[in-house]
Write a protein that binds this ligand. Structure first.
Ligand code: ATP
Ligand code: MG
Length: 261
């Protein structure tokens, strides 16, 4: 289930007037493709995910989903950066939640959920509550919950944003392992350049404001990928290139300006 975003623009109405968050954003995600959006804080990444999820209507532009009549949305699942799990439910009930909503009988949904909990390495914690888990483990619960619903499109908003660098590397590898069995269409948001390159078939580099896609980069790495791939010379070159696009804006942001001079 691929989709195409055409000339998307979003203008938010705020107390201080209108804020143009996105301008003329066009890109596509093909069947089975993992696409990463990378860009500095405030450039409009989450806004794009909300548009694709149908949580927000674009001010201009359209999104077309393959093989769906106009107006119909595919089933999607979103993994948020934080607060993605219900604190009062144990791991099993958290993961099975979407299936329960869809009316899948208890024995069946618990069997399906257990399979995914196993896949993210949490089978010993199936009865635990989120407060008994580390942040990384809670994110694994979120990921299992997203995959269990068999979404046609998976949207991930900085799912590992709050993890330390080492845990993040390992989680990135785990996510690839889970994804490679199902190959869902994924639109994955991060502001970590290396993470975007290691995960994506393609990386869309954004700058703000208003948010625009400045460049699309194909990542020339075969799958399955290995953490050691990040030291390959072509990957180091891509990292430097992306940083070259973003550096000026990040520095301007720190000086309190929004537009690079
Ligand atoms: N509901 C809203 N109302 C008004 N302005 C908003 C709203 N949501 C986002 N914005 C503004 O739109 C711009 C883009 O926000 P968005 O959350 O999409 O950025 P982002 O790239 O996801 O940033 P971050 O990396 O910090 O999560 C920002 O300037 C933000 O202040
Ligand atoms: Mg965001």
């Amino acid at each position: 289930m691929g989709f195409r975003c055409k000339n998307l623009g979003v203008t938010y109405k705020t107390q201080n007037g209108e804020l143009e968050a996105l301008e003329d954003v066009s890109f596509s995600v093909s069947d089975h493709e993992f696409v990463c959006l990378v860009g500095p804080s405030g450039c409009g990444k989450s806004t794009i995910l909300k548009l694709v999820a149908g949580l927000l209507d674009p001010t201009t532009g359209t999104i077309e989903f393959d093989s769906k009549p106009a107006g119909d949305r595919p089933r999607n699942a979103m993994v948020f950066q934080e607060h993605g799990v219900f604190p009062w439910m144990n791991v099993l009930d958290n993961v099975a939640f979407g299936l329960a909503i869809r009316g899948v009988p208890k024995a069946e949904r618990n069997a399906i959920a257990s399979r995914f909990i196993d896949r993210v390495g949490l089978s010993h914690f199936i009865d635990s509550h989120p407060h008994e888990l580390s942040v990384g483990m809670r994110q694994r619960v979120s990921i299992a919950r997203a995959f269990v619903n068999d979404p046609e499109i998976l949207l991930m908003d900085e799912p590992f944003g709050s993890l330390d660098a080492m845990t993040k590397l390992v989680m990135t590898e785990e996510l690839m392992g889970i994804w490679s069995r199902q190959r869902k269409q994924v639109l994955y948001v991060t502001h970590d350049i290396e993470e975007a390159i290691m995960l994506g078939d393609r990386v869309l580099v954004m700058t703000g404001r208003p948010g625009r896609i400045r460049e699309e980069i194909e990542i020339p790495l075969a799958r399955p990928r290995d953490l050691r791939d990040r030291d390959k010379s072509e990957i180091v070159k891509i990292k430097e290139h992306v940083w070259g696009i973003l550096e000026e804006e990040v520095r301007a942001g720190l000086r309190g300006q929004h537009e690079p001079s």
